[in-house]
Write a protein that binds this ligand. Structure first.
Ligand SMILES: [Zn+2]
Length: 145
């Protein structure tokens, strides 16, 4: 479900993965998107911070800052809900254009990273099960193409 408004967007998506994995992957994506973390609670899986948006302010041309909230809630049987809320500090009621760019970017990156995270391969040298994203086997050091 996606709700646009308030100069940003609120979105929740359900994933069939362990909440701990979603939390780790989400933290990686937030770091890549240069989210400035203000509060992080690993137990509740809640991250609060700010993100610079692509939009520039009309008068100064500076990049606008948006509030960023990311949270993972565990559901039944190894699935979880990801909640992302990105919005401006001040509500701009006159703006009708969609402002969900950052949220879209987050979920795009998340899906990509998750694929890397969960996909594993067999090392051609020692036959260990390793991540598909590594260049060298962490078990035996053999190069993995
Ligand atoms: Zn190996």
């Amino acid at each position: 479900m996606q709700i646009n408004g308030s100069g940003g967007c609120f979105e929740e998506r359900t994933y069939e993965i362990e909440p701990a994995v979603a939390w780790q992957v989400g933290l990686l994506v937030a770091a890549e998107m240069a989210v400035k973390v203000e509060a992080r609670d690993d137990e509740k899986r809640l991250l609060n911070g700010t993100i610079l948006s692509q939009e520039k302010t009309f008068f100064t041309g500076k990049q606008k800052q948006k509030l960023f909230t990311f949270s993972v809630q565990g559901l039944d049987q190894g699935s979880c809900q990801i909640i992302l809320d990105i919005r401006k500090e001040r509500i701009e009621v006159y703006s009708l254009k969609s402002q969900n760019r950052e949220a879209m970017e987050f979920f795009d990156n998340f899906d990509k990273k998750l694929k890397e995270y969960v996909s594993s391969i067999i090392c051609p040298s020692c036959k260990a099960k390793i991540s598909a994203s590594v260049r060298f086997c962490p078990e035996c050091g053999a190069p993995v193409k």
